[in-house]
Ligand binder design. Structure first.
Ligand SMILES: C[S@@+](CC[C@H](N)C(=O)[O-])C[C@H]1O[C@@H](n2cnc3c(N)ncnc32)[C@H](O)[C@@H]1O
Length: 293
């Protein structure tokens, strides 16, 4: 078991409202995590609403089992990449769905569990896979890619302006097997001052995205969600960095079946942002499936 604290669901009330969770509805939570949003949807859709909850990480299912046990047969948990959401929802009897949620990225539990190597503040093996199905770990990329490939990866998935310097520093320090050591190498080679964010933030984001093929999974997941949404069904997404948020925005803009419900992204309240650090970068979007014409 992880030692990390339970993940505090971000903008839970806003997500439930965006989904229009209600009795009799069928909902899909594509990112179960610690089950906070799933529990909130189940509570709001009592006594007959149902939730299918997916996660690529077997630990997420273990962690949520007890928390969700009280909801009995109203909840179904499946370990799956959300790229396959349409197929799983059809198999499990959740298509068409009235609302589908994506709360992207990683949970506090994953970040806090040093053995996964997600955190640049904790020593731990450089793994970063959400689930055991991914072929390559972060260590494979850090130690196996050429300097130019590494720089391109940091630029593309981390939007890291100092990608070349960092890639050069990493290659010179290889082999690197530990997350805290990588963070240290990045900090020294990037030459950033002591700002509010750790100099390795973008590097860690880039590696995580590459290891898990996150952008391709999101694209496939959004397409699958649009396929199985009922007419007037709602798609709610919570993104934590601009690559994801842009992808969602662009997908909704170009997919003829979807219409944005809120023009501007929804941000956490000042109260939530001060209570839950993780929520600070969150951007929530709501889209609706428009009636097939
Ligand atoms: C931010 S957490 C979700 C937290 C959750 N909403 C809660 O209230 O506890 C994101 C979760 O999505 C999972 N995840 C990320 N990408 C995934 C993918 N492509 N397929 C399935 N699960 C994924 C991660 O393993 C993680 O548990």
């Amino acid at each position: 078991m992880h030692s990390g604290k339970r993940h505090d669901p971000v903008m839970s009330a806003e997500a439930v409202e965006g989904l229009r969770a209600r009795a009799g509805g069928s909902f899909v939570d594509c990112t179960l995590g610690d089950g906070g949003h799933t529990a909130a949807i189940l509570a709001a859709s009592a006594p007959t609403g149902r939730v299918l909850a997916l996660d690529a990480d077997p630990e997420a299912l273990n962690a949520s089992e007890d928390r969700l046990a009280a909801f009995g047969r109203r909840v179904r948990m499946v370990r799956s990449n959300f790229a396959r959401v349409a197929c799983v929802a059809k198999t499990e009897g959740f298509a068409p769905a009235h609302g589908i949620l994506f709360d992207l990225g990683l949970s506090s539990r994953q970040l806090d569990g040093a053995e996964r190597g997600f955190s640049f503040q904790r020593p731990g093996p450089l793994d970063m896979r959400f689930g055991p199905d991914e072929e390559r770990t972060a260590a494979d990329l850090v130690n196996g890619l050429g300097e130019q490939e590494l720089a391109d990866l940091l630029w593309k998935y981390g939007e890291e302006p100092r990608s070349r310097r960092i890639a050069r520093g990493i290659v010179a320090a290889r082999p690197i097997a530990d997350a805290a050591r990588l963070a240290d190498v990045v900090r020294r080679s990037a030459g950033y001052g002591r700002g509010r964010t750790h100099p390795a933030t973008r590097t860690f984001q880039a590696l995580r995205i590459a290891v898990n093929g996150e952008l391709a999974a999101l694209e496939a997941g959004l397409r699958g969600a649009a396929d199985i949404l009922a007419d007037n069904g709602r798609l709610v997404t919570i993104a934590y960095h601009s690559l994801e948020d842009r992808m969602v925005k662009e997908f909704v803009r170009t997919d003829e079946r979807l219409e944005a419900v809120n023009r501007k992204v929804i941000r956490p309240s000042a109260e939530e942002a001060s209570r839950n650090r993780r929520s600070r970068s969150a951007k929530l979007r709501v889209a609706e499936k428009i009636h097939a014409r």
